[in-house]
Design a protein around this ligand. Structure first.
Ligand code: FES
Length: 152
């Protein structure tokens, strides 16, 4: 039996997903307790360096929760987040980190159920990927594998 419990760093926008997580908690919805929550003023405040640092420090997954498109308190912050995450996933792949370890979702303050379900899904997904390799940032992804083959 696999008893691996992933460590997940969750950056949650205070205006939406953080409140959604709070609603899930106060409504006693059950979801895995694997996430460590960091409250941000907007999803766009999550500098890509913080995400890379989380992986470097041993996070098995990173979750970013932001306001739905059109609902960002700072108008276009979440659009910037979306563009950054798309680019960062490509970068992670090149570094040998499976891009599925990074997830971005739009979850509003009234979507406690969506938050709970998303966390359940994400934890299961990370469990299937296994623990992130320490320090060297490499794991068996297609890109990492092809880079190794090219070097030989
Ligand atoms: S204020 Fe929530 S994503 Fe910008």
């Amino acid at each position: 039996m696999n008893d691996f419990e992933p460590k997940i760093v969750c950056f949650l926008c205070k205006w939406c997903t953080y409140a959604g997580a709070d609603l899930a908690g106060t409504s006693r919805m059950k979801y895995p307790p694997n996430g460590v929550v960091i409250k941000t003023l907007c999803s766009s405040r999550v500098d890509p360096q913080y995400i890379l640092l989380a992986f470097k420090k041993g996070a098995d997954g990173v979750f970013i929760g932001g306001c739905h498109p059109g609902d960002c308190h700072y108008q276009t912050g979440n659009y910037k987040t979306q563009r950054r995450v798309i680019l960062l996933k490509k970068y992670l792949d090149q570094m040998g980190i499976n891009p599925n370890r990074l997830r971005l979702e739009w979850i509003s303050a009234s979507e406690g159920r969506k938050f709970a379900n998303t966390m359940k899904e994400f934890v299961e997904q990370i469990k299937s990927l296994g623990a992130i390799p320490k320090m060297n940032f490499t794991e068996n992804t297609s890109t990492a594998e092809s880079q190794r083959t090219q070097r030989k």
